[in-house]
Write a protein that binds this ligand. Structure first.
Ligand code: A3P
Length: 309
């Protein structure tokens, strides 16, 4: 794939795109011991994962804003972090730098966490640990989805900022529509959770609903996690989760990671992880023809599913 880091492989019935390096971890993830007490946030990249993680963690930890000052990736590690980023070429060049444990081997880090564990993953249903797929363990799963056009725009900026993508936006859209980006194809990722949305241990959220009615989504999530929040608490948490607040919160805004990447020349573009935070941002960058193309593709893939954005 032009402009990206290393080689890729396609896995499973939907031919999910994963970095080759993922294979080093695939078996450990497949056989991972899941706990019923786990709280997972699962998503396609750029759909509001970080936002949902922060919401779930703070609710689950009874509004412990002091504890929430710990960087999010440490309290809510990313299962597929190590399998995604192969630092083996880079590390010998920077001997004074030590990767944090949750990056160095995210799978072991998670295995050693006390319960209840908070776990983020972008893995699609078919690559989740066997114990989740076969239903022998039922952790709480919050899946967050976002409309495909904004997801694509956000993913484009993300890939320029953190994945070394050097191509242009139009080519990037072709890769997105063609299911060639990491964690693609997009629709099976979303629909495999959408069809399970009524299962007791699954909560299906949409980025657009967090934007439209954050207090409502907070209440729904608290209910799902078995927590009671009064109106004042919902308001305090809504403020904590506002875009302005998260953009300035170093525990969640990935500035530290971006700075490290810049230091080691891994970032080729200007920008920030907390970028626009809008619904409909695609209208500012997509041509009418491109929007039409996306709309046809969306219609085709959502037909009969009952899912709308
Ligand atoms: P944009 O690039 O459109 O701004 P993820 O966490 O899955 O990588 O998603 C990142 C996207 O969520 C980015 O979208 C980011 O700005 C947005 N986001 C994160 N926190 C947000 C918040 N509190 N309010 C609105 N958008 C938020």
């Amino acid at each position: 794939m032009p402009g990206f880091r290393k080689g890729y492989v396609r896995l499973g019935p939907n031919k999910v795109v994963m970095p080759l390096y993922y294979l080093e971890f695939a078996e450990r993830i497949e056989d991972m011991k899941v706990r019923d007490s786990d709280i997972w946030v699962i998503s396609h990249p750029k759909t509001g994962t970080t936002w949902t993680q922060e919401m779930a963690w703070v609710i689950g930890n009874d509004l412990d804003f002091e504890g929430a000052k710990t960087p999010l990736p440490e309290r809510f590690p990313f299962l597929d972090h190590s399998p995604l980023f192969d630092y083996t070429d880079i590390l010998p060049k920077i001997p004074d730098f030590k990767l944090p444990d949750f990056v160095n081997d995210s799978v072991s880090y998670i295995e050693n966490m006390p319960s209840p564990r908070y776990i983020k993953t972008h893995l699609p249903w078919e690559l989740l640990p066997k114990q989740i797929r076969d239903g022998s363990k039922k952790p709480k799963i919050i899946y967050v989805a976002r409309n495909a056009k904004d997801t694509c725009v956000s993913y484009y900026h993300h890939c320029k900022l953190l994945e070394g993508y050097t191509g242009n936006f139009e080519d990037y859209c072709k890769l997105f529509l063609g299911g060639s980006l990491c964690f693609a194809p997009f629709w099976p990722h979303v629909l495999n959770f959408w069809k399970r949305r009524d299962e007791q241990n699954i909560l299906f959220l949409k980025f657009e609903d967090l934007k439209k009615d954050l207090p409502g989504v907070i209440k729904k999530t608290a209910d799902f996690l078995g927590k009671d929040l009064n109106e004042d608490q919902v308001e305090v948490l809504s403020n904590h989760l506002s875009f302005a607040s998260m953009k300035n919160n170093r525990a969640v805004n990935y500035e530290a990671a971006t700075e490290i990447n810049r230091k080691f020349n891994l970032v080729l573009a200007e920008g920030q992880f907390m970028r626009s935070g809008k619904v409909g941002n695609y209208k500012e960058v997509m041509s009418p023809e491109l929007i039409d193309k996306f709309d046809c593709w969306i219609q085709e893939n959502l037909a009969g599913s009952g899912l709308t954005f």
